[in-house]
Design a protein around this ligand. Structure first.
Ligand SMILES: [Zn+2]
Length: 416
């Protein structure tokens, strides 16, 4: 696969040979390899030896923190130890290593090459870094890799929890895509039909290989990796706010910021996304059961005071993040009665389209079955989430990022 403006190669030994050839062609001879102890052993050591065998220099940076986070400390280490100007960074690892490396390479005006060690997420082609600065996670402008070299023997040997998280991330595209259409239909959010179709295709290709993925076979992992890269790329290209995602990512993000604030361990991203996607699928299923006349009746009864975010609530729930949430929720906070009436009218007028969007999302039971088939976390329990955390996300995650997703609609119908 050689698509878009980054080289994407997925395969076995030929992938590393291609890496060497491409580096020679591009005249790359100085490298900074960033890895953690596990990913260094899983792939870094092999790549390092191959590059050195060409007579090229490789500066190795092993990030030892466990759990590793893309925070100030990790960034400083890489800035401090990197080979400086005129070198190519190699990110050898999964999402966190990539977030760190793509940020530093961008800020030092160097290129970077992606060497994923697990099919655990869709961010390999991303041009943003998700960093934890001052204890808060935010997205920072970074750069795309010049190439993604996905070496299947390493990807297939990755811890199962990482691969299943990648599958969870992929399944989350059902609700991402539905939410994306919903935001376009009801809130005039930007929408890119071509990117949506590409993502949908990637999702279908991945589901088509579910049996092979469930066995962690090379063929299945190849499809999963390819789908993740294509879906991530599609969303990225559409200029969707990063990290790309809908209500499932709002919930994943909600759990994440709360755990960070409470200094509790974080769950792996894709597992949180999967659980969020099942919960959102539940809302879409509930929506499908509402007839137009019921919708009209319910909306008529729903006062603005119950729909618009409440300041005290934002302060209590989000504490130090209040300012950012207020900024994101500006349009909802400032909504007046005429605008609210207009929104409700829009929902009623678009009911057939809303129903067809809802029909594109599988039922929550089907989502759970697919996740369980590959051994991925599907329920809050599997993902080590307390029921209190689930309830709070259903209630408050719609306040994160000023998007109009199913969470806002569920709120409008008094479901949340
Ligand atoms: Zn994600």
């Amino acid at each position: 696969m050689s698509s878009h403006d980054a080289i994407v190669v997925i395969g076995e030994e030929e992938v590393l040979q291609r890496l060497i050839n491409d580096c020679r062609t591009a005249n790359r001879t100085r490298f900074t390899l960033v890895a953690d102890p596990n990913t260094y052993l899983a792939l870094g050591i092999k790549v390092e030896a191959m590059l050195q065998a060409q007579g090229w220099s490789v500066k190795r940076i092993i990030l030892e923190n466990n759990p590793l986070r893309a925070d100030e400390q990790a960034l400083f280490t890489v800035f401090d130890q990197s080979a400086g100007v005129d070198n190519t960074f190699l990110a050898v690892g999964s999402g966190t290593i990539h977030d760190i490396t793509r940020f530093v390479s961008h800020r030092t005006q160097n290129s970077f090459i992606s060497l994923p060690t697990a099919a655990s997420g869709d961010g390999y082609a991303s041009e943003n870094s998700s960093l934890i600065i001052n204890g808060f996670k935010a997205s920072y402008r970074a750069k795309r890799p010049v190439g993604i070299y996905a070496y299947l023997p390493t990807l297939c040997a990755a811890p199962i929890a990482l691969t299943t998280a990648g599958f969870g991330e992929m399944l989350g595209k059902f609700t991402t895509l539905a939410d994306w259409k919903l935001g376009y239909l009801l809130w005039d959010e930007p929408y890119d039909e071509h990117a949506a179709q590409e993502t949908w295709l990637a999702l279908q290709n991945c589901l088509g290989q579910i049996e092979s993925i469930a066995l962690y076979e090379t063929k299945g992992i190849r499809y999963l990796t390819q789908s993740l890269i294509e879906a991530g790329w599609g969303m990225q290209r559409a200029g969707n706010p990063s990290p790309a995602g809908g209500s499932e990512h709002q919930m994943a993000y909600y759990w994440e910021i709360n755990r960070l604030r409470q200094h509790k361990p974080l769950l792996i991203h894709g597992a949180r996304v999967a659980v969020g996607a099942c919960l959102s699928a539940g809302y879409y299923a509930a929506l499908r059961r509402i007839t137009l006349s019921e919708a009209k009746k319910t909306l008529q009864k729903m006062p603005l005071a119950l729909f618009a975010p409440q300041m005290e609530e934002i302060e209590t729930v989000f504490g130090p993040l209040t300012e950012r949430v207020k900024e994101d929720q500006k349009l909802f906070l400032e909504m007046d009665e005429p605008a609210y009436k207009q929104l409700k009218k829009r929902v009623v007028d678009a009911w057939p389209q809303i129903q067809s969007i809802a029909a594109s999302v599988p039922g929550p039971q089907q989502m759970v079955e697919w996740l369980q088939q590959v051994g991925a976390a599907a329920t809050a329990d599997d993902a080590d989430l307390e029921s209190e955390e689930v309830q709070q996300a259903l209630k408050y995650a719609h306040l994160l990022r000023g998007r109009f997703t199913i969470l806002k609609l569920a709120h409008l119908f008094g479901m949340a």
